[in-house]
Design a protein around this ligand. Structure first.
Ligand SMILES: *Cc1c(COP(=O)(O)O)cnc(C)c1O
Length: 371
């Protein structure tokens, strides 16, 4: 059996420190925000090379508040990708703005800058590139387009903690970066969590207010805000896990290199790392024209896999009112049919990796046997 990820193995590798951090929260009784969260914010900002990080309760809230801090609302348009988790598009809708979608580059699975340019209208206010699977979007042309059209760039870095584009950490390239600490993300809480990174003091101040009912001083509400505060436990846990993030990221990258070697020339197309990026392999996603059969073969062999994502956002029933339909984003639609994410997690062993690769190779034997 090879699990898709193993959160329990990771907990056991750092159990004494985690247990002590949780005990400190219990003793301090700072259950919401508090010193552990503030300390994590400082560590995470340093990690992303930004002036500030503002901790919130989910990655979705991070996206929502970044858009609000950028002044986005009804009548505005925000450009993003259809090949993402629905939260990216949902957060735009929360503000009252209209999500405008642009197709991906099929090699990187990220927004193709040429398609962004075509989607710009006089109402466009912002672009949300998603660093999908842990690989940075092509930020230089995206920032150049934004500059030319006076648009704000908000990075959806929910899958890309520690990823780099031309030596710069994601989350610090656009005006704001949004991170999720959902348990399965590269830096995961033991519950929900998220953060916005920024070096703009005005955005940071607005987001700090909005996450806590729009108040800078208790019961003095300057803005109509939300309850998007991070819990003390999550701040304390993330503070411990931060110290291991670089090691875990390097382990993911080493596993990806090993997969590339072992799978080269075989049944599936391995993911392409673009030049000048540090891909952090939140997931290791291969492509196959016989994706569903491959997934069944792996499942029968006890190898857990995932599909990120089987239906692009514009083809989800809930988002049919965006006005798009089948055929509008051919690269995203083709990817949705063909992608399969193989197990990758820092604690993965060589034996587990060989088991996955053998199961992928057995698929070829099955198809040959059928001829
Ligand atoms: C996980 C994720 C989100 C949402 O984060 P939550 O913490 O689950 O709210 C947004 N965008 C992308 C690309 C994600 O992977």
């Amino acid at each position: 059996m090879v699990p898709f990820l193993d959160l329990k193995a990771q907990y056991h590798s750092i159990k004494p420190e985690i247990d002590a951090a949780i005990a400190r929260i219990l003793e301090s009784s700072q259950f919401v925000l508090g010193e552990a969260v503030a300390s994590f914010e400082r560590d995470f900002a340093r990690y992303c090379s930004t002036e500030q990080a503002i901790a919130v309760n989910t990655g979705t809230s991070a996206l929502h508040l970044s858009l609000l801090a950028a002044g986005i609302g009804a009548g505005d348009e925000v450009i993003t990708t259809p090949f993402t988790f629905v939260a990216t598009v949902a957060a735009i809708l929360y503000t009252g703005a209209r999500p405008v979608l642009a197709d991906i580059d099929p090699k990187s699975f990220n927004l193709d800058p040429a398609n962004i340019e075509r989607a710009i209208s006089p109402r466009t206010k912002a672009i949300i590139p998603v660093h999908l699977y842990g690989q940075p979007a092509d930020m230089d042309p995206i920032m150049a387009i934004a500059k030319r059209h006076n648009l704000i760039v908000i990075e959806d870095a929910c899958q890309a903690h520690g990823a780099e584009y031309k030596g710069r950490r994601v989350g610090g390239i656009g005006a704001m970066g949004c991170f999720s600490f959902y348990p399965g993300k590269n830096l995961g809480a033991y519950g929900e969590g998220g953060a916005v990174t920024t070096s703009n003091p005005e955005y940071a101040r607005t987001i700090r207010m909005l996450r806590d009912w729009g108040a800078e001083k208790k019961y003095q509400h300057q803005l109509k805000g939300y309850n998007y505060r991070m819990e003390g436990f999550q701040g304390a846990i993330l503070g411990v896990k931060m110290r291991y993030l670089e090691g875990w990221t390097e382990a993911r990258r080493a596993h990806a290199r090993r997969y590339h070697q072992l799978l080269a020339g075989g049944e599936v197309r391995t993911p392409a790392a673009m030049s000048a990026v540090r891909h952090v392999y939140h997931v290791y996603t291969v492509r196959s024209a016989e994706r569903d059969e491959l997934q069944q073969t792996l499942n029968a062999a006890g190898v857990q896999t995932g599909i990120h994502y089987p239906v692009p956002v514009h083809m989800q029933p809930a988002y049919s009112d965006l006005g798009y339909g089948p055929g509008d984003f051919p690269h995203a639609e083709a990817a949705a049919q063909e992608v399969l994410s193989l197990p990758i997690f820092p604690e993965m062993t060589e034996v587990q990796m060989l088991e996955v690769v053998a199961a992928v190779a057995s698929r070829r034997l099955t198809s040959v046997a059928k001829l």
